[in-house]
Design a protein around this ligand. Structure first.
Ligand SMILES: CC(=O)CC(=O)SCCNC(=O)CCNC(=O)[C@H](O)C(C)(C)COP(=O)(O)OP(=O)(O)OC[C@H]1O[C@@H](n2cnc3c(N)ncnc32)[C@H](O)[C@@H]1OP(=O)(O)O
Ligand SMILES: NC(=O)C1=CN([C@@H]2O[C@H](COP(=O)(O)OP(=O)(O)OC[C@H]3O[C@@H](n4cnc5c(N)ncnc54)[C@H](OP(=O)(O)O)[C@@H]3O)[C@@H](O)[C@H]2O)C=CC1
Length: 307
């Protein structure tokens, strides 16, 4: 049977799912953003994280971003209130039991994600779809840690979620057509465009973007330019909206390093070697904006370069 024949097999109607309730695991910048756009689009959202403190701060952040949209008149005050009202929070994966789609957005560490999927699947109904927002990790490998590889998919949002138009969709080797179509419909409903990527390390956007950021860090490491010069060069000389070092701080230096490690290991090519300076910043706990320090120090009134 060739691939076309496999795709022609009708899906089991009993297993088809209509997405009404969306679970989001991890309330960091991506989880907040996905909860935000899904709630605005009318989905009920359950946001999960490991502590209540994190969840409270996430709800405040989401409200802040929604309020900014009200101030800019991109949404109404009524839409803000309704969206916030659609989001509930939970500290346990059991709290996601009645979700139709769960999107995992915890840290970019394979062992953390595998553990989450193992626990999550035990709580979920069999027809529910499980997705990961991973930036780089093999969808096929993550799917294999679940009880439903055919109902598992990569739904990769970009940061900041409310502002970026693109979502990458990545099928694992076992992802079935109905899961792909349901994910595609969901992405359309939250107002984003899709790019379909094959399941290779870091997919499309990060395969191209992260080596550029890593090269910018090498440029800093080798003393070709300082932080200010490198960012100004790429903003003014290549019309990037953010300089590569500012963008690395925005993404999170831990996430940048994890993506480079996945590229380096997965493609076994020395051109993806993470810059030792990136490793040093992560080892220092200087992870960028989220820890107030990275290539810039954000503790004062305005960001100050750290090199
Ligand atoms: C690592 C991965 O796996 C993949 C990735 O995501 S890689 C990262 C991809 N992202 C980028 O490259 C971002 C590059 N930067 C940009 O495009 C722009 O600097 C930016 C959109 C972030 C901000 O643009 P700007 O013109 O300076 O800001 P501003 O006018 O204030 O904001 C534009 C919109 O973004 C929203 N926004 C900005 N920052 C935000 C944030 N942190 N969270 C949520 N929304 C945000 C604003 O609310 C605004 O929304 P509306 O259009 O609804 O009003
Ligand atoms: N940053 C970016 O630009 C993008 C990131 N991504 C991907 O999205 C995912 C999340 O990234 P991002 O939001 O930036 O990361 P953050 O570090 O901002 O947030 C991760 C969140 O997940 C929480 N968390 C950790 N372990 C668990 C767990 N076991 N259960 C529930 N929550 C958990 C963290 O809590 P605590 O801090 O307490 O550990 C934190 O609140 C990663 O896979 C990343 O690669 C995708 C696109 C863009």
């Amino acid at each position: 049977m060739n691939r076309r024949d496999v795709r022609a097999v009708p899906v089991d109607e009993k297993m088809a799912v209509t997405i009404k309730k969306v679970g989001v695991i991890g309330s960091g910048q991506m989880g907040n953003g996905i909860a935000h756009v899904a709630a605005l689009a009318g989905f009920d959202v359950v946001l999960n994280d490991v502590s209540d403190e994190r969840l409270k701060s996430a709800m405040a952040t989401i409200n802040g971003h929604l309020s900014r949209q009200v101030a800019k008149q991109t949404i109404t005050e009524d839409a803000r209130k309704k969206a916030l009202g659609r989001i509930t929070t939970t500290e346990t994966l059991d709290g996601l039991a009645d979700c139709d789609l769960v999107i995992e957005t915890a840290v970019e560490k394979e062992e953390v994600k595998r553990k989450i999927f193992h626990e999550l699947c035990a709580a979920l109904k069999p027809e529910a779809i499980v997705a990961t927002n991973s930036s780089s990790i093999s969808i096929t490998r993550l799917a294999a840690s679940t009880d439903r590889p055919e109902r598992f998919i990569g739904i990769h949002f970009m940061n900041p979620v409310p502002a970026m138009e693109l979502v990458e969709l990545i099928r694992g080797i076992a992802t079935d057509d109905s899961t792909f179509e349901t994910a595609k419909e969901f992405v359309g409903k939250v107002g984003k465009q899709i790019a379909v990527s094959e399941d290779f390390p870091a997919f499309i956007v990060n395969r191209i973007l992260l080596p550029m950021i890593n090269e910018a860090i090498y440029t800093l490491y080798e003393g070709v330019g300082n932080v200010e010069a490198i960012d100004a060069a790429m903003k003014l000389g290549a019309h990037h909206p953010m300089g590569p070092l500012e963008l690395a701080d925005f993404i999170g230096l831990d996430t940048c390093l994890s993506i480079m490690q996945v590229l380096h290991e997965g493609l076994a090519d020395s051109k993806y070697r993470p810059c030792p300076l990136l490793v040093k910043y992560v080892e220092a706990g200087w992870l960028g904006r989220k820890t107030q320090r990275g290539f810039y120090d954000y503790r004062g009134d305005k960001p100050v370069p750290t090199r």
